[in-house]
Structure formats: structure tokens, C-alpha cells
Design a protein around this ligand. Structure first.
Ligand SMILES: Nc1ncnc2c1ncn2[C@@H]1O[C@H](COP(=O)(O)OP(=O)(O)OP(=O)(O)O)[C@@H](O)[C@H]1O
Ligand SMILES: [Mg+2]
Length: 286
């Protein structure tokens, strides 16, 4: 089941119940929090988009942030990834307070956002694209000439990341020639070059056809090994198949949190989606 963006899911509750429940994709997932938000709040000229959110992301988990349209997911995600400053509340990452840090500063600590900022260069090859990411990570970005030894080492590393996302065979292809789903895989490879410990994904399957959704879902599962992933996602099948933990937001607040099975059976969650349906035209895309 894929839910069209911008529409509430009419048949969400019964279909949720039929989804395969993820048993936990990351073996050895502990109880250690890698990211924690306390009392996270964002007001936009009087309107409170995120209202006292407490969130705890366990190290090693694939954690989804869901909720009906306008629930505050994107705002919350932008707060966590430091693209917005909170009006109140604190954000802890790997045991330190990162509330006042810039996105670049937290990226250096291993908390990296992908898919919306990691632009790829259309007229560079895939290998060159990932190499640029590596150069950026190594602080070599402004150097256009590199010793051959360094270049070879970077190329070998770049190939490693392309392999991780299944693009090694297309290393010499120009990015512009890639179909949409594979462009996202390339973006992911450039993000992996930063060696993230916590990967933040904003609607990774948005705008994708069924086939690409499956490819990207498998990819997330693969790159999540040994990492933590926090993602905003509308597609319930994706969430059901790969997420260990789900936080449901409604009207700026956390409505429920638990495994997919738990939250999808929660009457408050079901009511939230149905209630949202009253205000929106619902559409279900198979
Ligand atoms: N910059 C802003 N200024 C004013 N209001 C905003 C701003 N950004 C978001 N909002 C409001 O905050 C609320 C939450 O928006 P947000 O985009 O975070 O929701 P969402 O859960 O991501 O929704 P969707 O599922 O549609 O993407 C909405 O009512 C939105 O209109
Ligand atoms: Mg949003």
C-alpha cells in the first residue's frame, strides 16, 4: 500500500492490520539512545507546529516519524536535523547537547541528512560524484588538483560506496543519465561517504513508482546495518517492512510510539488518520 502524498489514507486502519510486521532489522540493537529530543517546540508567528515533542531514537534502529498531513513531521525533522532552530526544548545527540549546533557541525559528529540536500552533479560520473563527497568529508573540497595516490585512494573508497548502493557497474556513467530511483541511490552513496552514524531521511520514497520504492527500501535496509536511521515516511508498506520503531505525530505532538504492530493497532492512531480523512480528500494509490 502506498499513500499518495497530500492525502489521508481512508482505509489505513484495516490495511495496517494486514501488514507484515517487522521483527527488527538491526540485530544487536541495544537500548542506548543516540538521539533524544526533550520538549521540542517550534512556533511560527503564534502557530505551534511542534509542541513539546519528546523523542528517543535507539542506536541501531530504523525509526520512522509518521502522522497525518500537517502533523508537524517535516518541522520536527527540520528541527532535529538543525535546519530550523527550536523555540523551546533540547536535542541531545550521542550524549551531547546539540541544540545550538549548525547542520554542518552535527554532520561532522556523524548525524547526516540525506535526500534533500545532497545534490548530485548531473554532468559528472557517478564515481566523480561520490569522490566529491569524500573530498568534502576530508576537507579537500577546494583543492582541484590532487596527487595521483590520493586520487586512487579516493576512487577506491568511492567504488566501495557505489557498491553499497548497487551502482558499482555504472561508476563511469554520467549522473544525468540515471533514472529517478537510481539518482536517489547515488545521493545515498554521496551521503555514506560522510560515514554517518545517524542517517536522517526525509521521505526517501516520495514520488517513486512501485519498483523504485522497493529498490530504495531494500537499500535503506542495507545501509542501515551498523547505523541508525530516522526517517519521515508516508508509505506504510515501507514502514511496516523496515522500521523497528514508529513515532506517530498529530497536531504537533507525539500521539503514539511503539513497534509498527503496536501503533497500527492503537485506537488513537486509527482515529487520528480517520479524523484527518474528514478534512482531506482521501486517495489510495495501490
Ligand atoms: N514556516 C512555516 N510558517 C508557518 N507555518 C508553518 C511553517 N512550516 C510549517 N507550518 C505549519 O505547521 C504545521 C505542520 O507542518 P509540517 O510541514 O511540519 O507537517 P507535516 O506533518 O510534515 O505534513 P505533511 O504530511 O503534509 O508533509 C502545518 O499546519 C503547517 O502549515
Ligand atoms: Mg511534511
Amino acid at each position: 500500500m502506498a499513500l499518495a502524498r497530500g492525502h489521508a489514507p481512508t482505509t489505513l486502519p484495516p490495511m495496517l492490520g494486514r501488514q507484515r510486521v517487522n521483527q527488527g532489522s538491526n540485530h544487536g540493537m541495544g537500548d542506548q539512545a543516540i538521539l533524544e529530543a526533550r520538549g521540542l517546540t517550534k512556533r511560527f508567528s503564534g502557530f505551534t507546529a511542534v509542541d513539546g515533542v519528546n523523542l528517543r531514537v535507539t542506536e541501531g534502529a530504523i525509526h520512522a516519524l509518521v502522522g497525518p498531513n500537517g502533523a508537524g513531521k517535516t518541522t520536527c525533522f527540520n528541527l532535529l536535523s538543525k535546519f530550523l532552530q527550536p523555540s523551546a526544548g533540547r536535542i541531545m545527540y550521542a550524549g551531547r547537547d546539540v541544540t545550538a549546533m549548525s547542520p554542518a557541525a552535527i554532520a561532522r559528529l556523524g548525524m547526516v541528512r540525506s535526500f534533500q540536500i545532497s545534490a548530485t552533479f548531473a554532468h559528472m560520473t557517478l564515481l566523480e560524484n561520490v569522490r566529491v563527497g569524500l573530498q568534502r568529508a576530508a576537507g579537500l573540497a577546494s583543492q582541484f588538483w590532487l596527487p595521483r595516490g590520493v586520487l586512487h585512494r579516493l576512487d577506491a573508497q568511492a567504488m566501495h560506496y557505489l557498491e553499497q548502493v548497487g551502482l558499482a557497474g555504472l561508476a563511469q556513467e554520467f549522473a544525468v543519465n540515471l533514472p529517478y530511483g537510481r539518482k536517489r541511490a547515488l545521493e545515498l552513496a554521496t551521503t555514506l561517504a560522510l560515514e554517518p552514524r545517524l542517517l536522517l531521511l526525509d521521505e526517501p520514497t516520495q514520488g517513486m513508482g512501485h519498483e523504485d520504492v522497493e529498490v530504495v527500501t531494500a537499500l535503506i535496509r542495507r545501509v542501515a546495518v551498523g547505523r541508525t536511521v530516522l526517517m519521515v515516511e508516508h508509505n506504510m508498506s515501507v514502514i511496516a517492512s523496515i522500521c523497528d520503531r514508529v513515532t506517530v505525530m498529530q497536531r504537533g505532538q507525539v500521539l503514539a510510539e511503539g513497534s509498527y504492530a503496536e501503533v497500527s493497532a492503537d485506537p488513537a492512531v486509527i482515529a487520528a488518520y480517520i479524523g484527518d480523512d474528514d478534512a482531506n480528500d482521501a486517495e489510495l494509490a495501490a
